[in-house]
Ligand binder design. Structure first.
Ligand SMILES: Cc1cc2nc3c(=O)[nH]c(=O)nc-3n(C[C@H](O)[C@H](O)[C@H](O)COP(=O)(O)OP(=O)(O)OC[C@H]3O[C@@H](n4cnc5c(N)ncnc54)[C@H](O)[C@@H]3O)c2cc1C
Length: 456
């Protein structure tokens, strides 16, 4: 018996054949959407909170690192089992209970985001945070990453809808926060949101829901330059107009989406903005947005209220991630965020990188939040020095910070952004955050080697 087998003996005895050791048969559980790959020693599909508590207690005793996993759609390697250990999948904890009269729901962490949205919608309620991955991502992953989404410009991000959490700590205790507890001094819900699987295993999530807003027109606008589109965004924001969605797509990304599914004929555009309006006075707001687009030299404008037709327009945005990936061999996806007034400078900088680098660089994102996904796209026959790419990514991050932005719009730190943390945070701030991590996870049982590196 190898030392490794001995270490997993108690877990295997407790969970018997539910503990998967033929991990080679489960390649999806070796990586997330970042495509960083590491092979775990075992995988466990928890089916209850008790399973989670038992697994954590046994791993704590036997010194086995744990990597929590929802759907593995994270972009920064958060769920990757770097260094081996146990992948603890929470996807089967997918109980969903709706309380329409209290406008809330109780969800297991494995509930898929769109399932919560559809269940709520059936009784006239709405859960707004909609990451573009909403058909796959889990609520546990959304909470752990504080996911944003298309509607966040108006409705806020995941943290704005979480009213309580249940979570299991490194020593197997059940922590209850928000509405699950009577009194609370510190905002423990807030500490757990965005903690990227470093502080505790989230086992139950209480979410608040709102009434479904009255839908308004969708607007599509194309431009001859990315700058014109970005200035439109800055102007709309400066005028205090709040669309429900305001998405930016650059020319290269538009071409990828149209090649993937040619929903409309917009071949020549260098940039595209998609707006959704809703609620009180939506038609007036849409007219105002329409006029601002025209003033900023929109070359094509479409205003649509027919649900089937608007759905077609939104395909251009919804298909993007897959479409851009399909257009190249390697896609290195970065995600940054600046104040919307600085978006024109950021898109200009991306255009500069695209000119300077031998590979394509394109971008799209939730422009209303100043959020931009910048993709470095290396083609089949391109051999690009990794140091060259790293230098370009570092320049992108430095530019973002110079513009008053942040290195992580919504994808977290995980493995891929650890080395850049010092660019954004002072040593003192990092030290304080590290202290919080050490308090919750003193023996590095959860997600070791992520977010903080030695010396932070
Ligand atoms: C096509 C595509 C589009 C995307 N669009 C967006 C977008 O618009 N906005 C956005 O914010 N993100 C987006 N993402 C990133 C990703 O979908 C989100 O970060 C999502 O919240 C991850 O959910 P998941 O269930 O896949 O989590 P995973 O990838 O499985 O895990 C993410 C992190 O959460 C931790 N974790 C998971 N479950 C738990 C739990 N129960 N308890 C404790 N820790 C846990 C993991 O350890 C890991 O650190 C996109 C990704 C893709 C592939």
């Amino acid at each position: 018996m190898t030392a490794q087998n001995r270490q997993f003996k108690r877990l295997a005895a407790h969970f018997s054949d539910r503990l998967i050791s033929n991990v080679a048969d489960y390649p999806a559980y070796h990586k997330d959407a970042s495509e960083i790959t590491a092979i775990p020693d075992a995988i466990l599909f928890a089916e209850s909170e008790t399973d989670v508590i038992d697994a954590i207690n046994l791993c704590h005793t036997d010194n086995i690192p744990i990597f929590f996993r929802g759907a593995g759609t994270g972009y920064t390697g958060g769920a990757v089992p770097s260094g081996g250990g146990l992948v603890l999948s929470l996807e089967r904890l997918d109980k969903l209970e709706l309380f329409p009269d209290r406008k809330m729901a109780l969800c297991g962490p494995g509930v898929i985001t769109i399932d919560l949205m559809k269940t709520a919608e059936a009784v006239g309620l709405y859960y707004p945070p909609d990451p573009a991955s909403y058909e796959e991502s889990t609520l546990g992953g959304n909470v752990a990453e504080n996911a944003g989404g298309l509607h966040c410009v108006k409705y806020g991000v995941t943290k704005d809808y979480i009213i309580g959490l249940k979570a299991v700590t490194y020593d197997g205790r059940l922590l209850e926060t928000g509405i699950f507890t009577e009194h609370e001094l510190f905002n423990l819900t807030g500490i757990l949101i965005g903690s990227e699987g470093l502080l505790a295993a989230i086992t139950e999530i209480a979410v608040r829901l709102i009434d479904i807003p009255k839908p308004g027109p969708t607007i599509l606008a194309t431009f001859d330059t990315t700058e014109d589109a970005a200035e439109t965004v800055a102007d709309i924001t400066a005028q205090g107009l709040v669309p429900a969605v305001m998405e930016f797509i650059d020319g290269d990304a538009i071409a990828c989406s149209i090649a993937y599914e040619p929903v409309i004929d917009i071949h020549k555009a260098e940039a595209l903005l998609l707006f959704e309006t809703d609620g009180h006075n939506a038609p007036d707001r849409a007219s105002h947005i329409f006029d601002i687009c025209r003033r900023h030299k929109a070359t094509f404008l479409e205003r649509e209220t027919n649900p089937a037709k608007t759905e077609t327009l939104w395909k251009i945005r919804r298909n993007l991630s897959k479409a851009v990936k399909a257009s190249t061999k390697d896609k290195i996806a970065e995600d940054v965020c600046v104040p919307p007034s600085k978006l024109p400078e950021l898109v200009n900088f991306v255009a500069l990188l695209n000119k300077e680098l031998p590979c394509r660089v394109n971008s799209y994102g939730h422009a209303g939040d100043g959020n931009l996904h910048v993709n470095f796209l290396v083609a089949e026959n391109q051999n690009i020095e990794p140091t060259l790419l790293k230098k370009a990514i570092t320049r992108l991050f430095k530019k973002t910070l110079e513009l008053g932005g942040t290195l992580t719009g919504e994808h977290g730190i995980g493995l891929t952004k650890m080395e850049f943390l010092e660019l954004e945070f002072s040593g003192e701030t990092l030290w304080q955050m590290r202290k919080v991590k050490d308090l919750f996870n003193p023996v590095c049982l959860f997600n070791p080697g992520k977010m903080f590196r030695a010396g932070h």
